[in-house]
Ligand binder design. Structure first.
Ligand SMILES: *Cc1c(COP(=O)(O)O)cnc(C)c1O
Length: 392
């Protein structure tokens, strides 16, 4: 066998549903020499990372750390630890990732009730109240930012509702953390999970999670062992947080360096400023996309700033357009998932990539590609509409 050549992929601008481009400072931090995973210096780095993670989740939860795997492992960590076989659970789905949560809850052998909303819509408080009242579950699972449809589920009032019915609220914040307002303590979220590669501007590989005292109490009161050894928080807890810091698994050292740097960048910018930046760039992109005739899949009152899902014009070849964006412009956008496969494009403006240059580049490229595919677009219309949003 001949040895493959050195890695030299063509540069890309990652404007899909994730991964988004890592911040250059994050990539530099990853080249820091390795430490042992029990080295006192590394234990300090873990403590600093968890402290910053608490600030970004806006929580005082002691049990807050990154699981050593991707966002889905964060989802699995929350559900396997909080659901015991036979526990009543309600999982709400308004898209692809809600469905994934349902599948995992089934595998936890929950006595499961599912609540579904049409793709592009979200749940209202009354619907959730009626369901909790009828089912009286122990756990409610909801997706905060549904990346498959571009819809934002309001969570501000859901935690209060869950306390009224003594239910633990588990929220999928994989696409919201670092992009849109998320206040774990104030909103009464009991378990939240996220990822490193979307709003935090790091490579994929870590899944930040946080558990409230109520969630920890449920964990401590379990009758059965957690079905997963690797994700069992009663075991991991002492490595990330306890005083004995006992070996559980080898932490992915370079990824922890990356997350630490990514979190430093988030806190330097400030959460409010970061949320405002995502909104500003979304508004410009939205004006541009609508000016070239693309309409959003999510309802107007629940559109995610960081993930813009739009319908592909009738008769347009999805794959051919995305291929041209990639090969000629070096821009990656996402295709549709599940019900929206072949019907939608998903344009992410996440973390480091939420900036005017991404907006203007992707609009210019889309105008060219759509015109080439025979769609009627006025050259420059999208870019001009976005420019106008920036200049006021
Ligand atoms: C990306 C995503 C996940 C899965 O995360 P991975 O890092 O791909 O495992 C889960 N939920 C939502 C809402 C997501 O956008």
């Amino acid at each position: 066998m001949t040895i493959p050549g050195q890695l030299t992929p063509a540069p890309r601008l990652l404007l899909g549903p994730g991964p988004s481009d890592a911040h250059p400072r994050v990539l530099t931090a990853m080249t820091t020499p390795l430490l042992g995973h029990l080295d006192p210096q590394f234990l300090d780095i873990m403590t600093e990372t968890a402290d910053m993670l608490r600030q970004v989740f806006v929580t005082k939860n002691r049990l807050t750390f990154p699981v050593s795997a991707t966002g889905t492992a964060g989802m699995e960590t929350c559900l396997v630890n909080l659901i015991e076989p036979g526990d009543k659970a309600v999982v709400c789905s308004m898209g692809y990732f809600g469905n994934r949560m349902i599948e995992i809850a089934e595998r936890c052998r929950a006595e499961l009730t599912t609540l579904k909303a049409p793709w592009g819509k979200v749940f209202d408080l009354q619907q959730l109240r009626d369901t909790l009242k009828a089912v009286r579950p122990k756990v409610l699972g909801l997706v905060h930012a549904e990346t498959s449809t571009g819809a934002l589920q309001p969570l501000e009032e859901v935690g209060k509702l869950c306390r009224e019915f003594d239910v633990l609220l588990v929220a999928d914040c994989v696409t919201s953390l670092g992009c849109t307002p998320l206040k774990v303590d104030e909103w009464g979220i009991d378990a939240a999970f996220s990822c490193s590669q979307k709003g935090l501007g790091c490579p994929p590989g870590l899944a930040p999670v946080t558990f409230s005292d109520r969630a920890v109490a449920k964990l401590k009161g379990r009758k059965e062992k957690v079905q997963s050894w690797y994700l069992d928080l009663t075991l991991i807890e002492s490595y990330w947080g306890g005083t004995d810091r006992a070996y559980h698994h080898t932490a992915p050292i370079s990824m922890v360096y990356a997350l630490r740097e990514g979190l430093r960048i988030v806190l330097e910018e400030g959460l409010e400023a970061r949320w405002a930046r995502h909104l500003r760039n979304h508004k410009a992109l939205k004006a541009g996309l609508e000016a070239i005739g693309l309409s959003y899949t999510a309802d107007p009152d629940c559109q995610l700033p960081q993930l813009n899902a739009v319908r592909i014009p009738d008769g347009t070849d999805d794959l051919a357009c995305r291929k041209r964006l990639l090969s000629e412009f070096g821009i990656e956008i996402g295709g549709g998932l599940g019900d929206l496969k072949g019907k939608a494009w998903r344009i992410g403006l996440m973390g480091h990539n939420s900036k005017p240059s991404s907006v203007l580049l992707v609009l210019a490229a889309l105008e060219t590609v759509l015109a080439g595919a025979g769609v009627k677009v006025t050259p420059g219309a999208g870019v001009a509409a976005a420019e106008k949003m920036y200049t006021g």
